[in-house]
Design a protein around this ligand. Sequence first.
Ligand SMILES: C[S@@+](CC[C@H](N)C(=O)[O-])C[C@H]1O[C@@H](n2cnc3c(N)ncnc32)[C@H](O)[C@@H]1O
Length: 184
Amino acid sequence: MNQSEIYQPAEDSFLLAECVKYFLESSKINKKEIKVLDMGSGSGIQSTNLINQDVSERNIVLVDINPDTISFLKKKFTNSKIILSNLFEKLNSEKNKFDLILFNPPYLPENKFDKGLDTTGGKNGSEVINNFLVQAKKYLSKNGKIIVLTSSLTKKINWQDYKKKCIGKKRIFFEILYVWELEV
Ligand SMILES: C[S@@+](CC[C@H](N)C(=O)[O-])C[C@H]1O[C@@H](n2cnc3c(N)ncnc32)[C@H](O)[C@@H]1O
């Protein structure tokens, strides 16, 4: 297994985790019962944060496109469902409905120095996010929510018809990170 290929938690990961913690503490949601999708799980930091907030490991589904990441996650989260998939490709929207979907996506515009799947989201930085936004609504339970991170560097995000609220913001180096709560 090549652990260097696995995205290591950074400012974006910590900001998303902090916002999710606040969201879970401040909403009336039953943490032990909710079903959560951790899209683009990487090291699993978002799932660890959920478990620390009393979300049941059995109710978490982790998805990543990177096979090394998936092998790593299968050893770390033995009670969760771990799926190797390009976004929702390997999930069935009839059988999988989530109360919460988290995504810290690759959001940087591609450049000649960086084309990594963990950080770059296509030419504008928004291709993966836009693809995610088109599909994610089909996987939400009634009153389900999406919490997604973007950056001021991400261009041309298509928010579709989601209702969106900014629940977190942080300036780092040359960019501003945003965390959004979305619902249909
Ligand atoms: C910025 S990292 C975030 C990792 C982790 N969730 C965190 O907060 O630190 C983005 C993750 O999304 C995964 N990823 C990129 N494109 C994907 C896709 N199309 N489908 C599923 N996962 C994807 C990458 O492999 C990487 O693990």
